[in-house]
Design a protein around this ligand. Structure first.
Ligand SMILES: Cc1cc2nc3c(=O)[nH]c(=O)nc-3n(C[C@H](O)[C@H](O)[C@H](O)COP(=O)(O)OP(=O)(O)OC[C@H]3O[C@@H](n4cnc5c(N)ncnc54)[C@H](O)[C@@H]3O)c2cc1C
Length: 250
């Protein structure tokens, strides 16, 4: 039974395309690049939930940009190949400083990862959204967060803003020990392919006392499997699980 105390809140934002410039580039870890964006277009940027996403637009393989115009009927493009877009988390927005940080996992090929790997000060990035936010209630007794490196920006932001008296269990899998990063709360880290495995740890995790919200973000098939593990095998209320595929393995 869903308890009315724990209702998520949906917030809509005016959809806007912003043309921003890279102000700084820093390596958080060897394979996580933090790009700080600035620009007059940032005025009015709103991100109400730590797991919000913006759409980032990249050049086509021919090196051209063909950006959508947002209309009531959805995005409208000029003829020709569209600029590829990818979803990313607003890791930090500082309205006073006029800065937006995006943390990119450098995983190999792909318009987003390749762009971030070579990003330098002055480069332009087009950012659409966020279109809306689903704000998870902050009145659960316990939060369990599970993810891979792509989930780190959302988890990192969430932990920074969560009231200190909330109980949190965090399981994060990274590709190597060097990819662990400092976060606001204690985290149990896992290294992909090594023992112990994150999915087994989640399967064995004692169900916390009290009402618990479960948040999962990993590769898509894995996110579905983890959701099913929680809801079907462990009997967690499906209303209290948000499991999202953040990327798709080939
Ligand atoms: C709501 C949401 C928020 C997200 N926030 C972030 C974020 O803040 N930071 C972040 O880094 N990612 C984030 N992601 C994930 C990101 O959108 C995907 O990883 C995306 O596919 C990367 O695009 P690309 O152009 O680099 O690669 P693509 O062109 O999409 O894929 C190219 C190849 O790389 C593989 N691939 C893609 N991503 C990964 C990966 N992470 N690890 C290993 N192989 C991969 C694909 O299977 C494919 O073979 C988020 C996704 C969602 C849905």
């Amino acid at each position: 039974m869903t308890d009315e105390r724990h209702q998520a809140r949906r917030v809509r934002h005016p959809l806007k395309m912003r043309r921003l410039e890279v102000a700084r580039v820093a390596h958080v870890t060897p394979h996580m690049v933090r790009v700080t964006l600035r620009g007059d277009d940032l005025a009015g940027f709103v991100s109400a939930a730590p797991d919000d996403h913006v759409k980032l637009f990249f050049p086509t393989p021919a090196g051209t940009m063909n950006l959508p115009v947002f209309s009531e009927n959805g995005p409208v493009y000029a003829d020709g190949e569209h600029s590829p877009s990818r979803d990313y988390t607003p890791r930090r927005y500082d309205a006073a400083a006029g800065e937006l940080d995006i943390d990119f996992v450098i995983h190999g090929d792909g318009p987003a990862s390749s762009w971030a790997e070579t990003a330098s000060v002055g480069d332009v990035l087009h950012v659409g959204g966020p279109r809306g936010s689903m704000v998870v209630a902050d009145d659960f007794d316990h939060y369990v967060m599970v993810g891979d490196a792509t989930a780190l920006p959302a988890i990192g932001r969430w932990l920074e803003h969560m009231p200190a008296d909330r109980n949190v269990t965090v399981l994060i899998e990274v590709s190597s020990a060097e990819e662990r990063q400092a976060l606001a709360r204690d985290v149990t880290w896992f290294v992909a392919g090594a023992s112990p495995r994150m999915d087994e740890a989640l399967a064995a995790l004692p169900i916390p006392q009290g009402d618990t919200f479960w948040w999962v973000a990993t590769e898509s098939k894995r996110a579905r499997a983890l959701r099913s593990l929680l809801v079907e095998q462990r009997g967690v209320d499906k209303e209290w699980v948000k499991a999202t595929g953040y990327w798709q393995a080939d």
